[in-house]
Design a protein around this ligand. Structure first.
Ligand SMILES: NC(=O)C1=CN([C@@H]2O[C@H](COP(=O)(O)OP(=O)(O)OC[C@H]3O[C@@H](n4cnc5c(N)ncnc54)[C@H](OP(=O)(O)O)[C@@H]3O)[C@@H](O)[C@H]2O)C=CC1
Ligand SMILES: O=C(O)C1=N[C@H](C(=O)O)C[C@H](O)C1
Length: 266
């Protein structure tokens, strides 16, 4: 069976890499691109064209589905677009595979409930890289014992949201095993606002944005006289592709929506 995939954000950095990876997968086909512009155009070798050649672009999920309902909607767009795209996909019985960051806890709960009610498989994966997911799991393991934690996430300067979806998920996984408590000096004061980073249950999260970076995270866990650093680096967007293919193959089989690639790792 060929799994048919529509991609929202197919023109973007991740979308372009995903079109190639999915097109090269033996059991998958990219059948459509969902966009907010370029209706009646096509995506051919990464370029938008009016020539009827390549992947057809649609500016609404309704018009896309009218020409054939895909099995999967892969969303690699923007924090402002991802909730509506996912909501609509679930309403239409299309399985969502979501890589876009920025969904709130409440939005994830709403989407999970919708999927469970309709028994539709889906995944929201803050990070598709296997190495990054392992680093998150190792950090949560370590935080049971070393409970003072600071997360440094480092990304390219085209990233619009902070903290990264990966840092949010990492903090949530650590929170499950760590007693919430204020870190640092009890009376510490910031002389420059933001100097101590964002606060999540007393844990600090620092977001760095620089040209030259792609996607990197270091979790620092401090104890008396020691420091454990758990670092992961994505140097190429190819690092996310095996996880995307794994997610697509997995959600075809399942009847609920999971948050985090770790839920589908063997
Ligand atoms: N889960 C994971 O492993 C990973 C997740 N990401 C996340 O994926 C998302 C995309 O990242 P990246 O590819 O770098 O970003 P890009 O900006 O390169 O790509 C996003 C694309 O989506 C398009 N877009 C914006 N709004 C819509 C919409 N409403 N419908 C359809 N398309 C839309 C943009 O068009 P235009 O530019 O014309 O506005 C652009 O082509 C981000 O949230 C990022 O954090 C990134 C890497 C890995
Ligand atoms: O914008 C990116 O590039 C990335 N976004 C995701 C995130 O917010 O965690 C995943 C990865 O870090 C790359």
């Amino acid at each position: 069976m060929t799994i048919t995939v529509a991609i929202a954000g197919a023109r973007g950095r991740m979308g372009t890499a995903a079109v190639t990876a999915i097109s090269n997968a033996a059991n998958m086909e990219v059948v459509a691109a969902l966009d907010y512009k370029y209706d009646n155009h096509y995506l051919h070798n990464g370029e938008v064209t009016m020539e009827p050649n390549g992947i057809p672009i649609y500016t609404s999920l309704e018009s896309l589905v009218a020409d054939g309902k895909p099995d999967i909607l892969l969303d690699l767009t923007d924090p402002n677009a991802v909730f509506n795209n996912t909501y609509q996909a679930l309403t239409m019985g299309i399985r969502p595979v979501i890589g876009t960051s920025g969904l709130t806890k409440q939005q994830i709960e709403t989407l999970s409930e919708m999927a469970a009610e309709s028994r539709i498989g889906g995944i929201i994966a803050p990070n598709f890289s296997i190495g990054a997911v392992l680093a998150m799991k190792f950090s949560a393991m370590a935080a049971r014992y070393l409970q003072d934690v600071e997360i440094l996430e480092m990304h390219h300067d085209k990233k619009v949201d902070a903290p990264s979806g990966t840092a949010v998920k990492t903090a949530q996984m650590i929170q499950e095993v760590r007693e919430a408590h204020k870190q640092g000096h009890p009376d510490e004061k910031e002389h420059w606002e933001g100097a101590r980073g964002a606060d999540f249950e007393g844990m600090k999260v620092h977001s760095i944005r620089l040209p030259g970076l792609l996607a990197h995270q270091e979790v620092l866990l401090g104890g008396e006289g020691e420091l454990l650093s758990i670092r992961h680096d994505s140097f190429d967007r190819k690092s996310f592709m095996p996880g995307i293919l794994m997610a697509i193959n997995n959600v075809i089989e399942r009847e609920n929506l999971v948050y985090g690639l770790e839920n589908i790792l063997d």
